[in-house]
Design a protein around this ligand. Structure first.
Ligand SMILES: Cc1cc2nc3c(=O)[nH]c(=O)nc-3n(C[C@H](O)[C@H](O)[C@H](O)COP(=O)(O)OP(=O)(O)OC[C@H]3O[C@@H](n4cnc5c(N)ncnc54)[C@H](O)[C@@H]3O)c2cc1C
Length: 823
């Protein structure tokens, strides 16, 4: 075995093989793949996965990863045997709610460019004669879904990679990973040590164990999952082809089915989650069959079998001849773990299904070789979690819940119930007194609305006087009414008309200081930050392709000290990775030790000024500036910025003064009619004002010019990450643009991710949607081809299968000149 490689991949399951193949295709051939088991039936999850590939997903990223996977597997063969069988898939609706949800699902497919249709029970039966069509309301059919042979595909990919020079070694267990100076150096095996520039962990359920060799927490838990195969069925007598029937999901009973020649396979998630400690996974020599298989537990399968027979009566008398409890990985949010960890050069591609394995290999290779992936991988970033998510207790609790909910109908705002509360701001007790309805975000308890504002609910039923009349009474029903309250509208209008306090504590804050601080930030951002002390600048951080990695607000507190408000832990890791190694910059997160109240509304100055000897006048404290002040006794940093589009300040103080600050502001606000506002109103306010939300309206697949953030780009300020790519974009121009649309029926509501159409042509999808309570319009944002971007253009938005007319509007809808912000 060699002693050095550019890349060592740990794991030769489908993910490791796919990553090796794609690295080799990109010209990285000095790659070694090691597996503790035999090649290519290694004993991992890929070795026993039945290989059903359902591409549809509420996540655009996940759907596109599976589309890439299907394209890849379809091109592969091993010994003239295909690696993918495009037999199509059917998701049947047993319950009426599922039928409604399948309409929503078809919307996702249209948005993400996947062909799909809804079919009636008779058509479902025509496609699969074993099905009892009297039991279903219809089905969702995707013709390009099918069966992947994971081991075959892995070996085919490995053969192609070998032909390019990649080496594969079975029976080679990695027992240590050498790390020094924060960088990976080598992997150690009983057969020898391999020094490596880069190590990629594709170890599936062993991920936490392998990660711990390098001090990297990989937050996943192995979970047992049941799969069984029948003896030959009389109905399939003589059938020798591997699979010709469409695969089936019976999600209302948490089950799925596939044909295996003249037999049938049945998978079940019906049972309580059976978690396995990563350290308890058996070794090859201790395992009766293979390490990722546990003994079948019939008591967990009995009910599932009854459900299977109900849907597919042909199974009634069948004997089960193959029964397993296989293991695979569940993460706290059910999404994969991809990217470079906090240890330099130590990469991870974990918790990936066969369904996504081909695409994941491709994007991870792009990321490694080209510096940035072509798909937005923010939802899968290994660095997306807050510290609590690495705790075994959290990983277990959330992993189990993800297993339970794997086929459930999940509302986009549905809240996790446990473990909570995890993180609370200093204002939490006051918020509870005010009847806050808390939603959770990154562990924080965040008020969505306050029930004590219910008495203001009447305000949304009268015409607002602010900007445009009349407001339409919004009475939501069904799906759109869930996790929503008309109180949100009342809080929205109170912010526009009077003043409201918003808890901004969960906003991730960093302090960047030192003699190199300015140069460091200039290199990471698009806007000019070399401004006088007290300036506040809104800017983008880009990746190497010029895509928006994040948007940040930078306050210059001192010559060499800046406060950066950003979008989460992945920003911190990204910035850390770019720190100069001469010690000239110090970077620390200040979120947990500090807190923030946003005081916004036309009466914000009337509220704050009497509490302070500092001058909050427009002349002394203009828009987009920051000052160190006292509010009452609390020492505070005040930033004159507003994400809701009104006069006001973000007021920061340390956590110990937090409660005092809140109480001081609250008491002073009472005579002015101040309220506490929740995230529900906050989001509606920002959309009305046209402020982009990172992750929805912008991410790495969009550049600032497309996102309407060209004003943050100063190409002439000097070098910064993404500048070259952006200069090229600027030269050739953009082909699409983020647009504001209003629904023609102002009482109609969409929630986001719905397809935007012109007749049969899909133009894009809704990136953000909400109701503008002050402008009296239902608002949707989305990227449209330039020829559709002019105000007045008519388009349609599909919501649960129905088409709604909408019109492109000039933006922002509210206070387009920004007069209220600067008042
Ligand atoms: C019963 C069951 C049914 C499933 N059905 C489907 C399905 O229908 N569709 C679908 O998309 N997915 C399905 N899955 C999930 C899917 O099987 C897995 O998510 C996928 O195979 C994981 O691939 P992987 O390459 O990451 O992991 P694995 O295939 O487990 O590969 C990881 C490899 O790392 C190696 N390794 C670990 N530690 C070390 C070490 N220290 N040194 C060297 N090598 C090491 C292991 O030996 C192993 O070969 C199913 C899973 C189960 C259990």
């Amino acid at each position: 075995m060699q002693t050095h490689a550019q890349v060592v991949i740990i794991g030769a399951g489908i993910v490791g093989c796919s990553a090796a193949y794609h690295l080799a295709r990109k010209g990285w051939r000095d790659v070694v793949v090691l597996d503790q088991g035999p090649l290519f039936e290694t004993g991992g999850s890929s070795s026993h996965a039945p290989g059903l590939v359902f591409q549809t997903n509420a996540s655009k990223t996940m759907c596109q990863l599976s589309q890439r996977t299907v394209r890849l597997y379809s091109e592969l063969a091993l010994d003239d045997q295909p690696c993918f069988y495009p037999v199509g898939s059917m998701e049947v609706a047993y319950m009426p709610e599922r039928w409604e949800d399948l309409k929503r699902k078809r919307g996702f497919a249209t948005s993400w460019g996947l062909e799909a249709e809804l079919i009636d029970p008779a058509e479902a039966r025509r496609k699969l004669s074993l099905l009892d069509d009297s039991k279903i309301h219809g089905a969702y059919f995707v013709p390009s879904d099918g069966i992947a042979r994971a081991v075959r595909a892995g070996e085919a990919l490995a053969n192609a990679a070998r032909a390019q020079g990649v080496a594969f070694f079975g029976h080679t267990r990695v027992t240590a990973i050498d790390v020094s100076n924060g960088r990976v150096q080598a992997v150690v095996t009983p057969q020898g040590r391999i020094a490596a520039d880069l190590v990629l962990i594709c170890a599936g359920i062993w991920g936490p164990r392998v990660g711990s060799l390098a001090g990297v927490k990989i937050p996943l838990t192995p979970v047992q999952h049941q799969y069984a195969k029948t003896a030959p069925l009389p109905e399939l007598a003589g059938e020798t082809r591997e699979v010709v029937h469409p695969i089936v999901r019976h999600q209302d009973k948490a089950m799925y089915f596939r044909q295996h020649a003249n037999c049938y396979g049945v998978g079940s998630y019906q049972h309580e989650p059976l978690l396995v400690e990563p350290d308890a996974i058996r070794r090859h020599d201790e395992s009766p069959i293979m390490p990722s298989l546990m003994e079948f537990t019939p008591e967990h399968f009995a009910n599932a079998w009854a459900c299977a027979v109900e849907l597919l009566p042909a199974l009634r008398d069948a004997e089960l001849t193959y029964k397993i409890n296989g293991m695979f990985s569940f993460t706290p949010d059910s999404l994969p773990l991809l990217g470079e960890s906090h240890v330099g050069g130590l990469w991870v591609a974990e918790a990936v299904w066969v369904t996504h394995g081909g695409g994941v290999g491709e994007v991870i290779a792009e990321w490694i070789v080209e510096g940035a992936p072509s798909l937005d991988l923010r939802e899968c970033d290994i660095n997306r979690f807050e510290p609590h998510a690495a705790s075994p207790a959290y990983v277990r609790a959330r992993g189990a819940q993800q297993y339970r909910e794997v086929y459930d109908i999940i509302h986009p705002l549905q809240q996790m119930e446990q473990p909570r509360p995890l993180r609370v701001s200093p204002f939490y007790t006051r918020q509870k007194e005010l009847g806050a309805v808390f939603f959770e975000g990154r562990g924080w308890e965040r008020p969505q609305w306050f029930t004590t504002n219910d008495d203001r609910r009447g305000t949304i039923y009268r015409a607002p006087t602010i900007y445009r009349a009349p407001a339409v009474v919004v009475r939501r029903s069904g799906w759109a009414a869930r996790f929503w309250s008309p109180i949100i509208g009342a809080e929205h209008l109170a912010t526009r008309e009077q003043v409201a306090l918003y808890d901004m504590t969960p906003l991730t804050r960093l302090e960047v200081s030192g003699r190199g601080a300015l140069a460091f930030l200039q290199r990471l951002t698009t806007n000019q930050l070399d401004k006088p002390i007290g300036s506040v600048v809104y800017s983008c951080m880009l990746d190497e392709r010029g895509g928006i990695r994040s948007d940040i607000t930078v306050a210059r507190l001192d010559e060499r000290r800046f406060q950066v408000a950003c979008n989460g832990p992945q920003d911190l890791v990204w910035m850390r990775r770019h720190l100069p190694d001469d010690g000239s910059v110090e970077l620390r997160e200040t979120t947990a030790g500090t807190c923030c109240v946003g005081v916004w509304g036309p009466r914000a100055r009337d509220l704050v000024q009497p509490l302070s000897d500092d001058d909050f006048s427009n002349a002394a404290f203009p828009y987009f500036t920051a000052r160190q002040v006292f509010v009452g006794e609390a020492p505070a940093l005040a930033l004159r910025v507003s994400y809701v589009g009104e006069l006001g300040w973000e007021i920061y103080t340390t956590a110990d003064y937090g409660l005092r600050l809140w109480d001081t502001l609250w008491e002073a606000g009472k005579p002015l009619g101040a309220i506490a506002g929740g995230r529900g109103a906050f989001d509606a306010l920002r959309l009305e004002k046209g402020y982009r939300l990172w992750g929805s309206d912008m991410h790495t697949e969009y550049n600032p010019y497309e996102a309407g953030l060209g004003f943050t780009v100063k190409l002439d300020k000097g070098e910064f990450i993404g500048r070259e790519a952006l200069a090229r974009v600027k030269e050739r121009g953009v082909a699409r643009k983020l647009c504001c649309m209003t629904l023609d029926d102002p009482a109609a509501v969409v929630l986001g991710k719905e397809p935007i159409l012109d007749g049969k042509r899909t133009l894009g999808y809704v990136t953000s949607a909400n109701y503008g309570y002050a402008v009296g319009q239902s608002i949707a944002y989305g990227y449209l081809p330039l020829e559709y971007a002019a105000a007045g253009t008519k388009i349609e938005i599909e919501y649960f299968g129905a088409r709604y007319g909408a019109t492109v509007a000039m933006e922002p809808l509210y206070d387009p000149k920004g007069a209220r912000l600067r008042s």
